[in-house]
Design a protein around this ligand. Structure first.
Ligand code: PLP
Length: 395
């Protein structure tokens, strides 16, 4: 019987007997691999003999991570990348060519949007960003040259959810490949491949690492595609992950389920407290029964995640004053770390989005986004409450 994800997160794929019984995965900190003979080198290059050649083409520590990620996402094969954007761009470059069209859920990660722009300007790959709430809305946007449906759910910072089952069914009808950015959930909370998605991408920088000490990415999908990516886009563009960074992710992954459970528990607590505070408006949290995406979150996520967005009465000036008064919660972009992190989307992650567009997306100047960390939940709340108090004290 297949073991539970909580167990699979911890156990390794490598053969300990070949590594002195080492409990943790060894770090193969090497750029290249020595051949026993010239003939062996020839055979490896010809693909006639299994074995490593050069770390841009594969490395045992990185391979261990890739196998684990594929296993966790219930996919055939995984590839690790130097960053989340390395993974996103590799999958899109693999699936799209000049003249193709891609459908993209509204509000995707800023640099994903940037990469789509680049593909459009330089390579004539067209895209449409829109609200994927219904099959009808999607079908209206499909063109004969559409190839890929790219989804992020929940989306940052408005937490809007997209119904993965509906999107996948619609895509299947029209022969489109579905790519899901699963960064916000991690494989512990959501497994799009089990619902029929073709590819999953991750910024492993976030929950997968969980410790704020590495930039990394990952993609999981069918072996045939992943082999092609390995031997083309990844090899020739080169966003490869280093062995030590892979090892940090292997270390982080061991505690993913424990961390996610705590992130979710702490976020639930902070949400309840925020809800009662008179100076906090419009809280956006997938676990709020009044939130538009609540039912969907219940259906496709194991729990509601560790992210909460909310508005501070008084707009940007008050939001900044509030952020500056925080001591436990750190002012930083990124998410999914042990430390609680807060950012101001309108002036930080979404500053490049035109103000009009931001407003339409629901990103006001009063909005802050909190990644609830693993600290004691009472301490996190005490920090937020004190900062709110000092923000309004003299007004
Ligand atoms: C951070 C992030 C990315 C980009 O990942 P990097 O590791 O920073 O390159 C992509 N998608 C989402 C949803 C993210 O949060």
């Amino acid at each position: 019987m297949k073991k539970d994800i909580e167990t699979r997160l911890i156990h390794s794929f490598f053969d300990r007997s070949k590594h002195h019984g080492s409990l943790a995965a060894p770090i193969y900190q090497t750029s290249t691999f020595v051949f026993d003979s010239a003939e062996q080198g020839e055979a490896r290059f010809a693909g006639e003999e299994e074995g490593y050649v050069y770390s841009r083409l594969g490395n045992p520590t990185v391979r261990e991570l890739e196998q684990k990620l594929a296993d966790l996402e219930e996919g055939e094969e995984g590839i690790a990348f130097a960053s989340g954007m390395g993974a996103v761009s590799a999958i899109l470059m693999h699936l799209l060519k000049s003249g193709d069209h891609v459908l993209v859920s509204e509000g995707v990660y800023g640099c994903t949007y940037g990469f789509l722009e680049l593909m459009q300007d330089k390579f004539k790959v067209d895209y449409d960003l829109f609200d994927m709430q219904t099959a009808d809305a999607i079908e209206k946007m499909i063109r004969p040259e559409s190839r890929v449906l790219y989804v992020e759910t929940p989306i940052n910072p408005t937490m809007k959810l997209v119904d993965l089952e509906m999107v996948i069914q619609t895509a299947e009808k029209h022969n489109l490949k579905v790519v899901v950015d699963n960064t916000f959930c991690s494989p512990y909370l959501q497994q799009p491949l089990t619902l029929g998605a073709d590819f999953v991408v991750h910024s492993a920088t976030k929950y997968i690492s969980g410790h704020g000490d590495v930039i990394a990415g990952a993609a999981v999908g069918p072996s045939e595609d992943m082999q092609k990516i390995r031997m083309s886009v990844q090899k020739d563009v080169g966003a490869v992950l280093g062995p030590f960074d892979a090892w940090l992710l292997l270390r982080g992954l061991k505690t993913l389920s424990v961390r996610m459970d705590r992130h979710c528990e702490n976020a639930r607590f902070i949400f309840e407290k925020l809800k009662q505070h008179p100076k906090v408006n419009h809280i956006i949290y997938p676990g709020d029964p009044e939130f538009s995406g609540y039912k969907l979150a219940e259906k496709q996520m194991k729990d509601f995640g560790g992210l909460i967005s909310f508005e501070i009465a008084g707009g940007k000036a008050k939001a900044q004053k509030f952020m500056n008064a925080l001591e436990v919660v750190q002012r930083a972009v990124s998410l999914g770390d042990a430390e609680s992190l807060i950012q101001h989307p309108a002036s930080m992650t979404h500053a490049v989005v035109p103000a009009e567009e931001r407003k339409k997306m629901g990103i006001t100047d009063a909005l802050v986004r909190l990644s609830v960390g693993l600290e004691n939940k009472q301490d996190i709340w005490a920090d937020i409450e004190a900062a709110l108090h000092s923000t309004y004290e003299f007004s």
